[in-house]
Design a protein around this ligand. Sequence first.
Ligand SMILES: [Ca+2]
Length: 202
Amino acid sequence: MKKRAWAALLAVLTAAALPAGGWTEAPDEAETIVTIVTAPEQTQAERPPCFPDPADKFIRLPETENYALGKPVQASAHNDVYVSRNLNDGKVETYWESKGFPAEVTVDLEGTFTITAAAFCLNPSAIWEPRTQEITVLASLDGENFTEVFPAAACAFDAETGNRVLIGFAPTEAAFVRIIITSNTAYPSHSGGAQIAEICIY
Ligand SMILES: [Ca+2]
């Protein structure tokens, strides 16, 4: 079929599909049957009691300022791509892994604060099996002389409780915090090391 014949046929079909006089606006009456439904303002997700939030079992972290977040960090050697900046980037999906033991991390708080607690987090995914890591916490005002505020202890990480460890200690003035980790039951081999996704200081 030639192009002119196609155009004529298309015009006939288009005219047949349109109502007489072409398209018209919807009648005003349509607006009168619209029902407006209002609902209470909901500002956050709500969960019925019959669906408990898995996070309810998580160890609660303080809501006060985390003095370590984004601050300069120095750490002993790391494995592969698990570098020290992963320690306080605010993401539990990124972690630091030391190259052997003892592993040491020092956070410069960039100011002097009265600290009372520290938290150590791993990814809460169950892929991260339960483990204990022996951790010591020390504090310093000058970055050279450190005092122990939490003596070495086996800290248990478990995805069931959020893979978090929260420790408290006597209020201490600190500008630097040092963490020493001497074992990790999930990675004890010669090439293994400490694993921490986030260090938080409160
Ligand atoms: Ca991280």
